[in-house]
Design a protein around this ligand. Structure first.
Ligand SMILES: Nc1ncnc2c1ncn2[C@@H]1O[C@H](COP(=O)(O)OP(=O)(O)OP(=O)(O)O)[C@@H](O)[C@H]1O
Length: 334
């Protein structure tokens, strides 16, 4: 649904150049929720703004629903952009208009006749659970309700794609959870494709099917979330399951094991201990639900150095677990 190829955006000014997006490739399948995670300054906002051409990239391609946006002009481009909704961290509501008036605004711009507009506004408010607040002004509603207005307004033109620019960053955890649940629900009910940027791991954990980690204008890793979590060395996995720092002791093997889906139900630690008569020391771990799937990471210590544990490590890998050896200087530390 969204296809970005070799996207590059450089800001130039006062003899200074900042490469905000530095050759990003990104594919978001139809109906998918894709999260781009990164710290401030990583280039996330610029990337998102290039997707709906609020910012014109210097190089690369932006293809949405099969249409190459950079090749479109005038009315064609306007129509293509109507198929892309956007929500923002600070909501961007008009204080002088009611909730209903804010949602009606894009419909007025599109020239939708009054009667049809009223019907559509009512539908949209129902969709986001704000029917009772139609006549309220933004100053009198909560942050979560404001973002619901933002979402209803973004959906007014029946977009197939929704871009979310840190939509929950100024909300408390409980409200964040309810907005993320709403986005997930809309994604499923309307088949909406969602591309979101965030600096919060929790957002990725709660609703993203796929994710990318962005740093200095580039993606350092990208893929379906369960796959990333199972990838040794994954930054996303480390962020979602922070394990205590641990130094491998001489004569022992320190490993981090990631398990997803089917492997979660298997008592692999006890199976390992029984099969090889080893004392497995559990140093840390966490199990979470990510994208509706149980995922976990454990830090384990086995007696004996890595070569002595070759069979044990193979057993874990054959059980469907991703195993990363933390002992330094290991050529096979995968
Ligand atoms: N209009 C602009 N002019 C010049 N430089 C800019 C402009 N917008 C962003 N930048 C620079 O581009 C880089 C990427 O910024 P961007 O806002 O895309 O990152 P971000 O990951 O979204 O961070 P944040 O969450 O803080 O917005 C930063 O170094 C920033 O200073």
């Amino acid at each position: 649904m969204i296809q970005i190829e070799k996207l590059r955006k450089v800001y130039r000014g006062r003899g200074r150049e900042v490469t905000a997006v530095d050759g990003v490739d990104l594919t978001v399948a139809e109906g998918e929720v894709f999260g781009v995670l990164g710290r401030s300054g990583a280039g996330k906002s610029t990337l998102l703004r290039c997707v709906n051409l609020l910012e014109r990239p210097d190089e690369g391609r932006v293809v949405i629903g099969g249409r190459d946006l950079l090749a479109l002009r005038g009315g064609e481009l306007r129509r293509a952009r109507q198929g892309i909704g956007m929500i923002h961290q600070h909501f961007g509501l008009l204080g002088s208009r009611t909730v209903a008036g804010n949602v009606a605004f894009p419909l007025e711009v599109m020239g939708v006749p009054r009667a049809e507009r009223a019907k559509r506004v009512a539908e949209l408010l129902e969709l986001v659970g704000l029917t009772e607040h139609a006549g309220a002004y933004p100053a009198r509603i909560s942050g979560g309700q404001k973002q619901r207005v933002g979402i209803a307004r973004a959906l007014a033109g029946r977009p197939r794609v929704l871009l979310s620019d840190e939509a929950t960053s100024s909300l408390d955890p409980e409200t964040t959870a309810s907005i993320l649940a709403l986005l997930r629900d809309l994604n499923r009910r309307l088949g909406l494709t969602v591309l979101l940027i965030t600096h919060e791991m929790d957002v990725v954990k709660r609703i993203c099917d796929s994710a990318a980690v962005m740093r200095d204008g580039r993606f350092t890793e990208s893929g379906p979330v369960p796959e990333l979590l199972a990838r040794p060395g994954s930054e996303l996995a480390r962020g979602l399951f922070p394990l205590p720092p641990a130094e491998p002791r001489d004569g022992s093997t320190l490993i981090e094991v990631t398990f997803t889906g089917g492997a979660t139900g298997e008592p692999f630690v006890s199976a390992l201990a029984r099969k090889y008569s080893v004392d497995v020391n559990i140093l840390g771990g966490a199990v979470e639900t990510v994208g509706g799937e149980r995922v976990g990471r454990l830090q384990l210590e086995l007696p004996g150095d890595p070569p002595q544990n070759a069979a044990q490590l193979a057993f874990l890998r054959e059980s469907g677990l991703a195993v990363e050896i933390k002992n330094p200087d290991r050529e096979d530390a995968r």
